[in-house]
Design a protein around this ligand. Structure first.
Ligand code: THU
Length: 168
């Protein structure tokens, strides 16, 4: 039997050591926690994405009484950025969370958000740096793919199936 080991590299550094543009991104993610609509979990998440065109777009979690109808902060930020600037690759995403009035000491994206991030990486053929905001440190992964070993993506879908024809 062969054992396969997958490793993920995460770099940790104090915010003060981050490049200016990341500091701005981190601040946007923390600020965005204030705009969360999270009456059910009271867990406010903020996300901010840095686009290749230099813009920073923020998002926050938006909950719903019918729980699955809500959306995580990361996807709110990503979908909104991709909808408004479809030609601009996403270079980085920062995530922060606040609960009981205190910043959470690091939050990581859920599985569904990792899958969406992976799609963004494939779409723009460019890795998305993931910055996880702790109280004192930033934890950075080089890409979403590095957080999703053995991932499923578009290349796994059978290619020789003809696309459906338009009914009209
Ligand atoms: N949530 C996010 O917005 N991002 C994550 O990465 C994890 C969880 C939200 C979903 C829900 O509104 C609340 O946090 C509690 O799970």
């Amino acid at each position: 039997m062969k054992e396969l080991i997958f490793e993920t590299k995460i770099r940790a550094f104090p915010v003060a050591e981050a490049p200016e543009i990341y500091k701005e991104l981190i601040e946007s993610a923390i600020d965005a926690t204030a705009n969360a609509y999270a009456p059910y979990s009271r867990f406010n998440v903020g996300a901010a994405v840095l686009l290749k065109n230099g813009k920073i777009m923020a998002g926050s979690n938006q909950e719903n009484a019918a729980y699955p109808s809500g959306l995580c902060a990361e996807r709110v930020a990503l979908f909104s950025a991709n909808a408004q600037y479809p030609d601009s690759a996403v270079l980085a995403l920062a995530i922060a969370a606040v609960t009981n009035g205190k910043q959470v000491d690091m939050i990581t994206p859920c599985g569904a958000c990792r899958q969406v991030l992976l799609e963004v990486e494939k779409r723009y053929r460019s890795p998305v740096k993931i910055l996880l905001c702790g109280r004192k440190q930033i934890y950075m992964a080089e890409s979403a793919a590095s957080l999703l070993p053995l991932c499923f993506d578009g290349s796994d879908i059978q290619k020789d199936v003809s696309p459906p024809t338009h009914p009209l």
